[in-house]
Design a protein around this ligand. Structure first.
Ligand SMILES: O=P(O)(O)OC[C@H]1O[C@](O)(COP(=O)(O)O)[C@@H](O)[C@@H]1O
Ligand SMILES: [Mg+2]
Ligand SMILES: [Mg+2]
Length: 341
């Protein structure tokens, strides 16, 4: 055994050390956030293990229930949801939870409450579970004014009030990407250590990209600016090469690639889905927060995505997020096409 190399591994930057370093930047902090995050990390490790052996452990297929979105729940949707609800409640740091899989907000037993609200998508990319393609978990964290008198209002906050956001991608490797409002960092799970190790420090999305990511199957229902933007990706007017289309169909995986390679991910509104498909509190907001923290942008077709004021727990919104210049292009198309009426 190469003892020097082994000893070297001890000064690896784990996610726990990273968050403790972040905590030290807040002398007033009592470690509540660090404890909350360690429980989210535990949940991700648990789900990563379940995803890895999904085929073996009969975790493939339907659970036989339907969620509030009218979607048939997959067994892994249900398992992941149970894992995160238990982990978040047992952290003793949360007072209200919002999950894609629960119609109502989950108000934590007053005796177990803490000051945080967590909105989460326990398993994102459900349509890709059974074929083993990358899926993930998405979360956004807010502070609540008064944990003993928490109401739905404390949940239905604009994304600009979010303290932290992240996702965990269960793919060829398991990667957790996190921002606490001080840039974006990526950690890869080292299965032999069972630890998330800092592998992507201070992620900055390229200013301009060569990739666009959208479900073109909806093209016939798109509005003018979206159709025009995708046409420009395919047939650039300035003689530059066409952009490549990449679409996995798991928001976590499509956004992860966009964050690292640049480009734009869009799930626009269309005649069939006038508010798009993706949910504001636990998909649009966390991903928009991360994108802005990495130097990119997130736009709804009308406004900065983080400035949305959700009215209901499972509200949806169109979203265009990615490289700064790419999102500027679609913003300009919406502006010009709305002016030309
Ligand atoms: O199949 P479509 O219409 O392209 O939708 C794909 C989108 O739906 C989602 O699967 C919705 O998320 P869930 O799987 O968590 O319900 C996103 O991950 C993905 O971006
Ligand atoms: Mg989702
Ligand atoms: Mg989901």
């Amino acid at each position: 055994m190469d003892h020097a190399a082994e000893a070297q591994r001890t000064d690896l930057m784990t996610i726990t050390r990273h968050v403790l370093n972040e905590q030290s930047r807040h002398p007033e902090s009592r470690g509540d956030f660090t404890i909350l995050l360690s429980h989210i990390v535990l949940g991700c490790k648990f789900v990563a293990a379940a995803v890895n052996k999904a085929g073996l452990a009969k975790l493939i297929g339907l659970a036989g229930e339907t969620n509030v979105q009218g979607e048939e729940q997959k067994k892994l949707d249900v398992l992941s949801n149970e894992v995160f609800v238990k982990a978040l409640v047992s952290s003793g740091r949360t007072c209200v939870l919002v999950s894609e899989e629960n119609e109502e907000a989950i108000f934590v037993d007053p005796a177990l409450r803490g000051k945080y609200c967590v909105c989460f998508d326990p398993l994102d990319g459900s349509s890709n579970i059974d074929c083993g393609v990358s899926i993930g978990t998405i979360f956004g964290i807010y502070m609540v004014k008064d944990k003993d008198n928490v109401t739905l209002e404390d949940v239905l906050q604009p994304g600009t009030n979010m303290l932290a956001a992240g996702y965990c991608m269960y793919g060829s490797s398991c990667t957790l990407v996190l921002s606490t409002g001080n840039g974006v960092n990526g950690f890869t799970l080292d299965p032999s250590l069972g630890e998330f190790i800092l592998t992507h420090p201070n992620i900055k999305i390229p200013r301009k990209g060569k990739i666009y990511s959208v479900n073109e199957g909806n093209a016939k229902n798109w509005d003018g600016p979206t159709a025009k933007f995708v046409e420009k990706c395919k047939y650039p007017e300035d003689g530059s090469p066409p952009r490549s289309l990449r679409y996995i169909g798991s928001m976590v995986a499509d956004v992860h690639r966009t964050l690292l390679y640049g480009g734009i991910f869009l799930y626009p509104a269309d005649q069939k889905s006038p508010n798009g498909k993706l949910r504001v509190l636990y998909e649009v907001f966390p991903m928009s927060f991360l994108m802005e923290q990495a130097g990119g942008q997130a736009f709804t077709g009308k406004q900065r995505a983080l400035e949305l004021a959700p009215a209901k727990l499972h509200d949806r919104s169109p979203v265009f997020l990615g490289s700064y210049d790419d999102v500027e292009e679609i913003k300009a198309l919406y502006a010009s096409m709305s002016n030309s009426g």
